[in-house]
Design a protein around this ligand. Structure first.
Ligand code: IPM
Ligand code: MG
Length: 369
């Protein structure tokens, strides 16, 4: 059976990095017999320019029909002045919501070759391997009511709603416990239960759920402390589970531990295991079109796609090994360059990964993502 993959390059560096990931998919199709059909569509600012809306009906229909979606990035200064409903970010949030992609997996894995590229001391980050499980379709991102209203005295007031149902907490909790089971059996739930009722319920539900997973060691941490611990001693964590907004913030922080945000992939899964895969970095308009963006986060997102939506851990492992091999050889895009390495551009990096793929048997490496 052939798998349908929808490719959504998006904005900024999105098209450049996605092109390299597509090379990898096409190579696996042409040389390893992976049965995939690739379709392309517009999202974000590119879709606003072409159709007036960041998530055209056609794109949404293709996404619903696909087995998996590979997305680059959305947004840029060009569209910042638009009203909220037409901003590129709405395209991304609309996809997450419409496809029910509530479980966002964001691994922060330090390639040993990049220990020197981190702004943290090498001994603090060497061997780092943690997974953030972020709730992605609820919380303050989607809660209602929301808006900006004018009070009687003429002053304006902005408001959003932080809301989680027990069932929403439970389903993301299950994904997190299951993830911990496949790793080192430790789960840290991050909340703000000392201040927020919503977090109080979150903690209660996680604790109750923990009884069904006696083999997983559950701990709780307030988000302010968790942020500090992430830069103080990040290796204490195995899996972290948290809300939509806390996960947004913590995952950028965790990404930087690994040397560059340009290295980290992500998977956003729904209840059926179908998913959308994207690098966790943004559209980087400042370097768009210059051919210097790091395509590895997007290529590693293809590995997650192969593992989680296509049931091909063997090919996922091959892609991850190919990336490691290219790093071993000293190839670096500018964001991860250190003394003694060879700087390459986006396309050269993608080509090197494809070439390295040819050197491997496909073995399931039990990849950590
Ligand atoms: C992310 C991004 C998005 C988010 C933006 C682009 C809407 O920061 O995926 O982390 O806030 O979720
Ligand atoms: Mg973010």
């Amino acid at each position: 059976m052939s798998h349908k993959i929808l490719i959504l390059p998006g904005d900024g560096i999105g098209p450049e990095i996605v092109a390299e990931a597509v090379k990898v998919l096409e190579h696996l199709r042409d040389r390893r017999g992976l049965q995939v059909e690739l379709e392309h569509a517009l999202v974000g600012g590119a879709a606003v320019d072409a159709t007036g809306t960041p998530l055209p009906e056609e794109t949404l229909a293709l996404a619903r029909a696909a087995d998996a979606v590979l997305l680059g990035a959305v947004g840029g200064p060009r569209w910042e002045g638009l009203e909220r409903e037409r901003r590129p970010e709405r395209g991304l949030l609309g996809l997450r919501s419409a496809l029910g992609l509530f479980a966002n997996l964001r691994p922060a894995l330090l390639y040993p070759q990049l220990a020197q590229a981190s702004t943290l001391k090498a001994e603090v980050v060497a061997g780092l391997d943690l997974m953030i499980v972020r709730e992605l379709t609820g919380g303050i991102y989607f809660g209602r009511p929301r808006g900006i209203r004018t009070l009687e005295n003429g002053e304006r007031e902005g408001f959003n709603t932080l809301v989680y149902r027990e069932s929403e907490i439970e389903r993301i909790g299950r994904v997190a416990f299951e993830t911990a089971r496949r790793r080192h059996h430790r789960l840290c739930s991050v909340d703000k239960a000392n201040v927020l009722e919503c977090s109080e319920l979150w903690r209660e539900v996680m604790t109750r759920l923990g009884e069904a997973y006696p083999d997983v060691e559950l701990s709780h941490m307030y988000v302010d402390n968790a942020t500090m611990q992430l830069v103080r001693a990040p290796k204490q964590f195995d899996v972290m589970v948290t809300t939509n907004m806390f996960g947004d913030i913590l995952s950028d922080c965790a990404a930087m531990l690994t040397g560059s945000i340009g290295m980290l992939p992500s998977a956003s899964l729904n209840a059926e295991g179908r998913g959308m895969y994207e690098p966790i970095h943004g559209s980087a308009p400042d370097i768009a079109g210059r051919g210097i963006a790091n395509p590895l986060a997007t290529i590693l997102s293809v590995a997650m796609l192969l593992r989680h939506s296509l049931g091909r851990p063997d090919l996922a492992g091959a892609v991850e090994q190919a990336v490691a091999r290219v790093l071993d050889r000293g190839l670096r895009t500018p964001d991860i360059a250190t003394a003694g390495t060879r700087q390459v551009g986006t396309a050269e990096m993608g080509d090197a990964v494809v070439a390295a793929l040819d050197e491997f048997e496909h073995t399931d490496t039990g990849g950590r993502t």
